[in-house]
Structures are given as C-alpha cells and as structure tokens.
Design a protein. Structure first.
Length: 165
C-alpha cells in the first residue's frame, strides 16, 4: 500500500457508518466503519468493494453504499493550487450553514411554508467532510473541492457547475 502520506481517499462511509467483512462473504462480518470515514477503494467484485483506511487497515464492504469523493480532474498529476489560509472559506461555509439552519427553524416553527423554505434554500450549497485534522471543503463559488490539513487549503478537485441541481 505504501506510506500513510500516499493515502488518497476516494470515498467516505455513509452518514450512518458501514458494516465491513473480512472477505466478500456475508457470513464473516467484522467491525463497522464510523460515519463519513474517508476510505480508498482498491478493488471490487460485483457489489463487493475492498477498501483501505488511512491507517492501512483493509476490509470488504457493500460498494453500493460508499459515498464518492470528488476526484482530481483527468490529466492532472499535480495539485491545482494552494491557498494558505482556510479561514475565509470556513467562514463562508458557516454562513451558509447558519442560513440553512435559520430556514429550517422557521419552517419547523410554522413561520414559513414548504414553498418558502424551498425558495429560501434554493441557492444554498455546502459541502464539508471532517475527519480529525483533515477536511474536504466545497466552495461552489470557486468551483472547487479543497483539502485542508488545518493550516492551508489545497485544491483537491474542480466541480462542473453545470451538474449542480
């Protein structure tokens, strides 16, 4: 597999975690992965997928349940850009999340109806996966997923803005 520095997650476990197996055999379950744990898909057989975690541990999972992370754009072997300070993007993500929460609160309290909720949240987009000191942050204004190690942002992938719902 290589050193831990070579780990490049391709997926995360779903929000409710994910059962693992020692082999592609449902009679041999092992531990459950934590929700949103980054993993690297290394092999597949039908619906079975063999994943590797950042610590090198490997297991088989139901590959249909893995959540794909955005991948580096085709043809690029090097990072696209580095930004030293992650705080401006984190502040923008916090504002988007606060706006969404406010709309949820208003809808739950009956202050607005479903149509107003949908209209008020129509242009809100937010993406973040946190795993300890590592973070993958979505900035749709820039059309990029960034990887953050706590000290700086590095472009991880570009986003085709035409694909957003």
């Amino acid at each position: 597999m290589g050193t831990p520095y070579e780990f490049q997650p391709t997926h995360v476990a779903p929000g409710d975690g994910l059962q693992t197996w020692a082999s592609p055999d449902p009679s041999r379950p092992t531990v459950r992965l934590d929700p949103l744990l980054p993993v690297q898909l290394v092999d597949s057989s039908g619906n079975w997928a063999r994943i590797v975690c950042s610590n090198g541990w490997s297991a088989w999972v139901d590959g249909r349940l893995l959540v794909a992370l955005p991948q580096r754009p085709p043809g690029t072997g090097e990072p696209l850009a580095t930004t030293e300070d992650p705080r401006p993007l984190l502040a923008a993500l916090e504002r988007s999340l606060a706006s969404y929460r406010s709309m949820v609160d208003d809808y739950a309290a009956g202050k607005i109806d479903l149509e107003a909720f949908r209209e008020g949240t129509r242009n809100l987009r937010l993406g973040a996966v946190l795993d300890g000191s590592s973070a993958w942050l979505l900035d749709l204004d820039q059309g990029r997923w960034y990887y953050c190690d706590g000290t700086r942002l590095q472009t991880y992938a570009t986003v085709d803005r035409g694909e957003a719902p």
